[in-house]
Design a binder for this molecule. Structure first.
Ligand SMILES: *[C@@H]1O[C@H](CO)[C@@H](O)[C@H](O)[C@H]1NC(C)=O
Ligand SMILES: *[C@@H]1O[C@H](CO)[C@@H](O)[C@H](O)[C@H]1NC(C)=O
Length: 194
């Protein structure tokens, strides 16, 4: 009888452990995989819309654009693509910053993060360290680069953001030793939380 109880106890113990571990393991797997959450079919912007200055990408009719609610897992060396953004009024960043509803000067190091990394605003005003080619800069998170929507007026008729973007002000690029971000376009960088 005692042996039987022991076996039953182990059995249920095992079930209990499994049920705690599996969802976490599944969640991790999902994050690493980060599959698209949907697609948007592009519409050509109305005349005069979508600022094509500095090679901004504009949506095209019939083209499919993937959307994401997730981003790759964050590590001490998270790989990302650095792009250039203006956070100023009348810049190419569209509306004011998501974190505080304000515009910001491009001469301070600030960034927008893809939706998954922006995490519903929970990284707002945190500083992240961005590394490139032996240099690093600490930059404050002030905005979201929306991976879930695009090709509409709110997004200046630009496609949804990829899921691995750090969209930095001119000051971020300058601190990394690049004075002509508009000519470079994008850079492979790594970042980490401070
Ligand atoms: C395009 O690039 C130029 C030169 O870097 C910059 O002065 C201008 O503000 C940029 N335009 C937009 C819309 O960001
Ligand atoms: C981020 O850096 C700025 C500028 O150095 C600083 O004022 C701010 O307090 C920092 N934010 C956090 C959350 O530490």
């Amino acid at each position: 009888m005692k042996t039987f109880s022991l076996i039953v106890c182990f059995f249920f113990g095992f079930i209990l452990l499994s049920s705690f571990n599996f969802p976490e393991a599944a969640g991790r797997f999902q994050l690493q995989a980060c599959r698209p959450s949907g697609t948007i079919t592009g519409k050509t912007p109305p005349p005069g819309q979508c600022n094509q200055e500095n090679d901004s990408d504009c949506c095209k009719t019939g083209e499919k654009y993937k959307t994401y609610t997730c981003s790759p897992d964050i590590t001490s060396e998270t790989r990302a693509t650095l792009t250039i953004n203006s956070f100023e009024k009348n810049g190419d960043g569209g509306g004011p910053s998501e974190c505080d509803g304000h515009y910001h000067s491009d001469s301070i190091p600030i960034v927008a993060l893809s939706t998954g990394w922006y995490k519903g605003g929970s990284r707002c005003f945190n500083n992240i360290t961005i590394r490139y080619n032996g240099r690093s800069v600490s930059a404050m998170v002030v905005d979201e680069c929306d991976s879930t929507m695009g090709c509409d007026e709110d997004h200046d008729y630009q496609p949804p953001c990829p899921n691995n973007i750090v969209d930095g002000s001119k000051a971020v690029w300058e601190a990394l030793g690049i004075s002509d971000p508009d000519d470079v376009g994008s850079l492979d960088i790594t970042w980490s939380e401070n």
